[in-house]
Design a protein around this ligand. Sequence first.
Ligand code: HEM
Length: 577
Amino acid sequence: MVSTPASSPFARASALLKSGAPATFTSSDSVLVSSSQATPILLSLLIVATSYLAWQLFAPVKNARIKGSSIRTLAASIPRLGQVAFYRTRESFLYRVLGRPEGALDAQAYHPSAVRFNVSQHNIIVSGDHQDASTFFNTRALSFTKGYSVLFGGTPKDPDTEPEVAARNRAQDDKYMVFFDKNLKQAIRGERLADLTPDMVEDCLKDYEHFFANNTGNGKLDPHMDVYPLIFQLSVRTVGLAEHANSAAAAREMYDAYWSIERETNYWSTLWPNLPLRSNHKRKENSKKLFTMIHEAINKRIEDKRSEDDQVQRMIDDETSTIDIVRWCVGSLFAAVVNSSSMSAWLLIFVGAQPELRQRVKQEIVETLRKGAEERGDDYESLPTLEALRRVPLEQWEGTASSVADRKNGGGAFPLLHACLKETMRHVLRGTFFRYFAGQNESDKFANSKVQIGGHDVNSGDFLAYWIAGTHQNSRIYRDPQRFDPDRFAIRKEGNGPLEFIGWGASHHVCGGRRFAQLEIIIVVATFLMCFDYETVDLQGKPYSAETCPSADTDNNWRGPSKPVRLSYRRAADFKA
Ligand code: HEM
């Protein structure tokens, strides 16, 4: 059950509504309407407004209960608001209603049978049962696009072109999705990534150099505040405009607008975006700023008859409409930044909390660089660190090949680092994936399809959510799931069964940016380890251990730490300028 405190945004909104009404009639209008006449008018307006509000809040939600279904239904204290906690404190809400997957070996502790509830006028079935994963990922009748566009609310819409985009029909929408995927594939195709890789290494090193310069090579950094801007810059370089990637000031301005939008994404901005709330206003303001920056930069490039080496240029050359190019850039940035930023920061945090593991990862990187140098005929000892890293070829970063001999033995480069990334994803990705089942409401080929969750029919018009922790924190799949232990992947091969690791999604909607995401995170972390020796500490500098290390607060997109965390660093003894 959810109760709304008096200071809730809704209470503030209705207060605003009420306080706004008299002001409309008391200034120049007083000449036309005397105060004794105004009182009954005001009173009537107030009654109308209050009745409207009450109707909005307490009106029954369509299909909130399904007769004959044994899927548990959760009722909300204010029906139209529904389960606000699903947005505000998702993780604890799901633990409360579905149980603890870490205790899955104990049948009493984990009973993940699906639950159904509403948020605003939308009904959602949430399942954390690994048995339902296959239905969720493999059923074509479930719409990924509608699931996210209604329930996720992260990606902003351009306030100026929204009506035009909204007026497009489903066929036009599908066409846009094909355009989106095609351009993302081109933006991160192998030959482009191979060209970008040395620049990405250089971006990282330049960024880390300011820690050398600011201090004497020692200090404490905040992994979220200091790593997120770097990931943003790498993302802009890959799916944004060269003009922005090459200007620190422009990249920073975009970064501030981007994160302000992410931080203001909540229940209200997702489901009641037109309420006059501060967060809705800030989101719209920053969305406009972001769209305008990209729009103006494209126009300027066209006006100046300049050409740049980025995906946007390809679209300009193909005479794509500027609205679609801007929409593609913003959509790609919102798909790219949030997960890659938090995975990079958390990988550094988790590895830094286990000195022995950090040493093993560092050793793996040095050995790979040394071997690569020897194979190329370079003298590793005299190579500056930047050059040793810049010369690592794409396939080695990707872990797909190290040397011919290793490939024959089935080995690849950086296996432990890749296992650390996978383990970080397993820890940090604990939210939900979304889908929508149109069923009979659809006029297309899926109109007669049936979908079952937990053995029960899903209603046409219901949304589905799959709880990732039901798989990633499940003790039937992962031994001691709360422990950060990359050897579960590197050595013990846990999570190798079907849909046991879903960090990149699965089936029809596997992550479209995986190749780039993996590459940038591995580069950011490997470069960091080549620059610094470090450990994960609290604000007083006391080292955290595997047992005491904070975890990610997954209730917001920033994914900050459950308690303060810093990386205490010093220039690596083997760093070569
Ligand atoms: C560590 C970073 C990342 C993680 C963990 C991640 C994870 C995921 C997951 C789990 C999905 C599937 C969601 C579902 O089935 O509901 C997904 C989809 C997607 N991701 Fe990523 N992602 C990451 C980075 C990126 C980047 C950098 C890009 C773009 C450059 C990107 C673009 C996309 C796109 C376009 C889709 C939708 C695919 C479709 O519609 O079929 N992702 N991602």
